[in-house]
Write a new protein. Structure first.
Length: 95
């Protein structure tokens, strides 16, 4: 899993039938200091996240464990919208 932020929405007019009805979002991995890291990736949105939301993303076989993504061709899923976190002696965020 990783902490990220939704930076955009992806539209696909033609896609595998197993993905019909799924929302695709562009997610940027985020460091605890709030700076972006690496290349954004496309993730299925299972929790109705919006652009700008801090999120928790699962990848690989774990991405196919949600009710929405089970047995579908998915490699990343947004599985939580983060409302805040606290790292003792370090970073905090309230979304």
């Amino acid at each position: 899993m990783f902490y990220g932020r939704v930076v955009g929405t992806v539209w696909a007019t033609r896609k595998d039938p197993a993905l019909e009805g799924m929302s695709l979002m562009l997610v940027q991995r985020v460091r605890l200091d709030g700076s972006g890291e690496g290349t954004p990736l496309v993730a299925v949105d299972s929790v109705s996240a919006g652009v700008g939301d801090p999120v928790l993303v699962a990848q690989g076989s774990s991405a196919r464990q949600t009710e929405l993504t089970r047995d579908r061709p998915v490699d990343a899923v947004i599985m939580a919208v983060i409302e805040g976190f606290d790292v003792p002696g370090g970073a905090t965020e309230d979304a």
